[in-house]
Structure formats: C-alpha cells, structure tokens
Design a protein. Sequence first.
Length: 302
Amino acid sequence: MIVLASFFVVCAAHAENWPSRLIKATIPFGAGSATDVVPRLVFDRLAPELGQPIVVENRAGAGGTLGTALVAKADPDGYSVLAHSFALTIALGLRYLGVLLMGALIIVPAAAAKGLARNLTGMLYMAAGIAATRDKLHKLIRVWTLGNGVGFGRYPWSEGVWEGGHSVVTLDDKERFCGCGGRGHMEGIMGHRAMRLRFLDMEPEEVFEAAKTGDQRCLDFKRLWHKALAAASATTIHMAGPGKIFLSGFNVRFLDMPMLKDYLQQMVKMSPLQSYSLEIVEDTPEVRVIGAAVSAEQAAGR
Ligand SMILES: [Zn+2]
C-alpha cells in the first residue's frame, strides 16, 4: 500500500490541475466484499494526498457491470472513478480510470487503459514489471508463468494476441488436455489443470517425485513437460530473437534447469540466436503493479 501513493502521482501526473473538487468513486460490488474493503482503504489514504475528498458508493449487480456501466456513462472529466477487481473493466469515454490490481489501486488516463486491457491475466504487467525492476526497459523481456494455466507475457508491449501458453509444441493427436480444446498445446502438457486431467490417479507433485525415483511413466512425462517448455521458448527465440526469458508461477518448483537447457540447446542451433538466457523469477503483486504503472505511462505516451 505504501508504494501505491507514488504510483498514483506518477500516473495522475498527466492531469493538469486535477483534482480540483470532490471525486466520486464507484465500487461495483457490495459493501464488505474484498473488492470493497481494499479500495476503501486506498481511498482513505489517497484523499488527503490529493487534497480532495473521495466519496465511495457501492453499486453492486450484474457481476460488477452495473456499477461499471454507471461510471462509463458519467462525464469523462476525471471525477468519476471506478474501483474494479483485478480483471479490469474498461469504461470507454472516461478520462481516468481507477484500476484495482492485485490489491492496489492505480489511476490511469483512459487512453492508457486500452494498453492495460491487452492482457487481462496481467502477464503484460508482469513482463513490464520485471523490465522496470531490473533496469531492462530497453530490452526484450519474456516471461512464462507456470500455474493452473500457462501464461506468457512480453515487454515491450506489442500489437498481437500473445497467447503463448497455447503454442503448439507437439503434433501428437492424443495431446488434447488444453482447456481451450486445441490439440498439442503447451498448456495442455504443462498447465496444473491439464496435469491433473492427465494423471487422474496422481497429483502433479507426486508425478515429479515419482520421476525422481525412476517411475518410467512419470519420467517420460517430466521429459515431455520440459520439452514443451523448451519448444515454446525456442519458437519465441526464433520469432522474436534471443534475450532473457523468465520463468515464474507456482510450478517452477518442477523445473529441472539443466534438462530444460539441454532441450533448448538442441532446438536453437543458429549461433546468432544462442545468446538467450533463462532465469526463475518470483511472481509478486509488487512486480505486476509496477508493471501496470509502467504500461500505463507508456500507453499514455503512444
Ligand atoms: Zn490451448
């Protein structure tokens, strides 16, 4: 929460003489919910900093869209602010949006929101956050998040869909565990959900444990899992060039770095592309929030 105020100032710096009067904040969820409590705490801190009161109103209904629509229809003057959940809703026509991201509120010019909305899972923020916190804003950053699904984020922002987790990594018709229904996808092999579907009798952690003790089925899967990650990474290296590839998410614990590097080495043979490197990074709310602020700044400048 402490970092929040400074982000607020950074993002709001685009506004001249704002705010000069009371700000009305709408929370599109009921009082007392998690999506209500956190923004209220934030507003309590922001109001004295801004020198203007912030009046909070709960307008629950229709899964948050009711309150959001109300804000969207308000005058686009920066005095109607929406505090939404992590999956932000873009209220077109607003000049400013309050985006509640990973428990922190970020106020962004609406022009920036378009850029922010590119990746609702926040992978874009994460990549930008890694770039910012490591002084690599001038470099290409890619990050895989190995969790229930497989997320892919890249920095700098670039036009595109970037559904990297659905990279096709095998031509095996039997590889159909991806939640999207597509065949041969990386997520269908590496996603936590997909692993549980594949091994109905074992949890993913048991599979990797058994692989250590030489269980053939589990060892084969461990190899497939690493090949999938290597294949998708090799593809992005071939398409976008070498550079740093970060790995995060709760399933990086299954990573056998030497095995991954070995497969990747076999897949990327062109010498100008071999300057890639791999690093495990922690996925923290702070990194994503910083990334969101960076993305907002850059989107506003586009
Ligand atoms: Zn898929």
